[in-house]
Design a protein around this ligand. Structure first.
Ligand code: ZN
Length: 285
C-alpha cells in the first residue's frame, strides 16, 4: 500500500508498506503491562499485535534507494500461520510497480538491520539458487550488524535467517558501512546499538526538510513514549537513550519521522510534550 509522496529536493520519497504480520504484544512492549499497550495496539486471540512492513523508496540524483526489504516469500505454511504473515506475492516488487518502478531499477538497498522482517525480501529463489532480489543494487548494512548476524547469541538467533543475507555477499552485492556516513548526497545512516549491534536509521535532508526512517529504534507510534521498549532489544536502556536524543532533535527541528511497523500511522512530526514528545502532525492525514 502506498501513501502520498514527499518532496525533499532533489529527492522524492515514497513511503509504502509491503504487508503485515503479527508479533507477540508482550515481546513488543517489554515491561509495559498489557492494560496500557492494548489500548493503542489491540492483541488477537494469540496475543499478537499487527505490525506493518513499511519501506521508503527514495528517488532522485539518478538513484533509486529502497529502505528495508520486508518479510520476503521464503516462509513455510507453519511460519506464515505463526507470524500471521499477510502480503501479496512478490510484495515489494508489486508495490514498486504500483509506484511506477521495477526491482531492476533499484540502485541501492539500505538495510536498517538483518532481522528477518527487514531483510527477508533481500534475496529470492532462482531455480535452486538464492540470488539478490534487486539484481542491480548495492546492499548496505553496518559491519557490526553483519558480524552479529553471522554469530548471533541464543537470545537473538531466531531473528536471523542466513539465507536472507549470505547470498548478498556471495554475489558481491554487499557493502559494509562503519558508523554514520552518506550513502548518497543528503542520504545518510544514523547508527545505534540499542536494538541490535549496528542498527541504522536512514536520514534524508534537503530543501530545509529532514526525514528519518526510524527502523526498530521506534517501531510504532506507541513506542514514542521513552520507556516503551521491545523485549527484542539487546540493550533496552541504550535504545531509550538513542530515542531520547533523536526525538529531542526531531521536535526541535520539525523532522518527519517514519515508523517501520506502525500499521496505522506511516509517520509523524513531534513537539515537546508533557512527559515525552507529543504528535503534532500525522503523515497523509
Ligand atoms: Zn529488529
Amino acid at each position: 500500500m502506498m501513501n502520498k509522496s514527499l518532496s525533499i529536493p532533489p529527492y522524492t520519497i515514497h513511503p509504502f508498506t509491503s504487508g503485515t504480520f503479527g508479533l507477540d504484544g508482550g515481546a513488543m512492549f517489554g515491561s509495559v503491562p498489557k492494560v496500557l499497550w492494548q489500548r493503542t495496539n489491540p492483541a488477537d486471540e494469540a496475543n499478537r499485535i499487527t505490525m506493518a512492513c513499511r519501506h521508503l523508496l527514495i528517488e532522485g540524483n539518478d538513484r533509486l534507494i529502497l529502505v528495508d526489504t520486508g518479510m520476503g516469500s521464503g516462509w513455510t505454511e507453519k511460519q506464515v500461520k505463526m507470524f500471521r504473515i499477510e502480503q501479496a506475492e512478490n510484495a515489494v516488487d508489486s508495490a514498486l510497480k504500483g509506484i511506477g518502478f521495477s526491482s531492476e531499477q533499484v540502485t541501492d538497498v539500505i538495510l536498517t538491520h538483518l532481522h528477518f522482517d527487514h531483510v527477508g525480501g533481500a534475496t529470492q529463489a532462482d531455480g535452486g539458487e538464492l540470488v539478490p532480489a534487486f539484481p542491480n543494487a548495492r546492499y548496505y548494512t553496518q559491519r557490526a550488524q553483519w558480524d552479529l548476524a553471522n554469530s548471533p547469541s541464543l537470545k537473538d538467533r531466531a531473528s536471523f535467517v542466513p539465507d536472507n543475507f549470505l547470498p548478498l555477499e556471495r554475489h558481491g552485492r554487499l557493502e559494509l558501512l562503519e558508523g554514520e556516513q552518506e550513502v548518497a548526497p543528503g542520504v545518510s545512516v544514523l547508527v545505534g546499538n540499542g536494538h541490535t549491534d549496528g542498527h541504522q536509521m536512514v536520514k534524508v535532508t534537503g530543501g530545509g526538510e529532514t526525514v528519518v526512517f526510524l527502523g526498530d529504534t521506534v517501531p510504532t507510534a506507541t513506542h514514542l513514549a521513552l520507556p516503551y521498549l521491545m523485549g527484542y532489544d539487546l540493550r533496552p536502556l541504550q535504545t531509550m537513550e538513542e530515542k531520547a536524543k533523536l526525538l529531542a532533535q526531531a521536535a526541535e527541528e520539525g523532522w518527519w519521522l517514519f515508523f517501520d511497523h506502525d500499521p496505522e500511522l506511516p509517520g509523524v512530526k513531534v513537539a515537546p510534550g508533557e512527559k515525552y514528545v507529543q504528535i503534532i502532525e500525522r503523515y497523509g492525514q
